[in-house]
Design a protein. Sequence first.
Length: 356
Amino acid sequence: MDPAPCKRKRSDSEAEAAEKAALQPSPGVRLMLRSSVWYDDGNIIVQAETTRFRVYGGALAFHSPVLKAIVDSLDENSPTADGCRIVHVSDAALDVEEVLKKLFHQCYSDNDPLSFHTIAAFARIGRSWEIPSLFENAVLRLSSVFPSNHEMITRSNNGRYVSVSPEKWFDLLYGTIALAHELDIPILLPAAFLFLCSSDAIANALPFIPIADAQAILFSFNWFQKGWADFVYEWFDGDFAECTGREMCRFEKHMRRKSLCSTKPLCSENIFMYNPQWAAGLCRPCAIEGRRRHAELGKAMWTNIPAAFGLPSWTSMLKGSSVQACSITTATREVSAEASRAGSMETQPALSERRP
């Protein structure tokens, strides 16, 4: 009888491969990840996607009536892990982590600017878990950059509540538009659309925004052009009764009219940002009258901007949600107060300069 053949000794690489294979989960078994939000003495595990968070059920229930109802409904037959009952949520794990870090780790002070990722997480979870303070916080921050208030659109508030670098500005813009649609926050859309009211900006935005939004913005161009033309001709065409420099003012107005009407309105700047150079060479009464008319133009057009974009009126959008209206009011008050403390607004940055 022939002797049994000797078994071939496995090489180191084969042994290493076998060890790795043993560590892999079986087919159909999801590997659970432990979040940084994990208290060893916590009594509830929140599971979002494949990530688990171990926290305190009482604190969780205090913040969210939605989660309180889920926790209260758990019984002895509910699934457990590490001796804790599991609360399953359908939200994205990254969003849940941002919110639980704020609630349990005291991260993200209300006075510090936050990234759009964190702000969006606050908005989504605030809406999903019915935590008004989170949702209000998110809308307040985004409203400081995309306001519903005419005065705020002329002020630079980018760094006050939202942290964004120059190269990420359009990511913030496109992300805000998407979030406004996702969570039904239309109050953010008019100002966001305003930043895209030029042929170059809208062309670059086409891959990143809904086609309906792009069409609404394109359709508004003629409306902005007409408003700008009306202003230019009302101010620079004809004499002003209190004018003290007839011939000189007529000449300067003629030259200014030709210049301003031969260019696009650049609505985000020309319509809402007064340029003192427009009054160069004019007498003081004519210059003052022009600034007054420009202010009236800006306010009148701002009132009707939602309609130009095919959106509900400002009043309707503000009334659409009590939480949202509260947020916008708070944002307007706080950001305006901040701007007032910064000093006079006599020299204001162009809207394009408001980008970081």
